[in-house]
Design a protein around this ligand. Structure first.
Ligand code: TMP
Length: 228
């Protein structure tokens, strides 16, 4: 059986990385998921991110996010670097894991490119779709948790965590357009993208995610549920 790709998306400071780890821990304790692992149906739970899920990706991430005043990164170059990161990530990590039946929890994926490079930078959405298609061979993921938070609130959270990276340093207007991009994506793909209100407490967000995950687990692996 093909594995599952579960993605976390959202603006800066939306809490997706924290929630990804919380879901990983919750899955580790979930009885159905444990059973699937013991039976070898889901051999592994892989946690990864974009950009930076591979060795090549780590170098690309540094180029994309480290603020180096003497290194210019134009919008088109930026788009292609994210696409290169994704192509390598698919080939090296995501596709082999899914083919083995494993689950992949991924911090950002194709929707980030649409939101940031499409809505944020204003690059052609159809060009981005084509690049995403090349990088993923059409794979969009099975479930995407979109942590919905006001862009200004998210940036404030990021600021309190420390120095802002190159993307975070972009204007508030840019990040508001990114947020608009996620909103439009969620409206267009309700079967795949589940909005989660991220302004709530960390615990409340985690519970909202767990409720959705429990339902999906039971739908996807119905035949392995205990029969009473
Ligand atoms: P993060 O992993 O800490 O969220 O940082 C990744 C940054 O890269 C974040 O600002 C979003 C940005 N990004 C894009 O602009 N396009 C993309 O395709 C991806 C995956 C990330």
């Amino acid at each position: 059986m093909q594995g599952k790709l579960i993605v976390f998306e959202g603006v800066e400071g939306s809490g997706k990385s924290t929630q990804l780890v919380r879901l990983q821990q919750w899955l580790g304790q979930n009885l159905l998921f444990q059973k699937l692992q013991v039976m070898g149906i889901v051999p592994a739970l892989v946690v990864t991110r974009e950009p930076g899920g591979t060795t090549l990706g780590q170098s690309l991430r540094a180029l994309l996010l480290n603020h180096q005043p003497d290194v210019a990164v134009g919008a088109r170059a930026e788009l292609l670097l994210y696409a290169a990161d994704r192509a390598q990530h698919m080939e090296e990590i995501i596709r082999p894991a899914l083919q083995a039946g494993s689950w992949v929890l991924c911090d950002r994926f194709i929707d980030s490119t649409v939101a940031y490079q499409g809505y944020g930078r204003g690059l052609s959405l159809s060009l981005i779709e084509q690049l995403n298609e090349i990088a993923t061979e059409g794979l969009a993921g099975d479930l995407t948790f979109w942590l919905q938070l006001d862009a200004a609130q998210g940036l404030n959270r990021s600021r309190t965590r420390g120095e802002l990276d190159r993307m975070e340093q972009a204007s508030l207007a840019f990040h508001q357009q990114v947020q608009q991009g996620f909103e439009t994506l969620a409206e267009g793909h309700p079967e795949r993208i589940v909005p989660i209100h991220a302004a709530q407490s960390e615990e409340a967000v985690a519970q909202a995610i767990q409720i959705v995950m429990e339902q999906r687990l039971q739908t996807w692996y119905r035949q392995y549920l205990p029969v009473y």
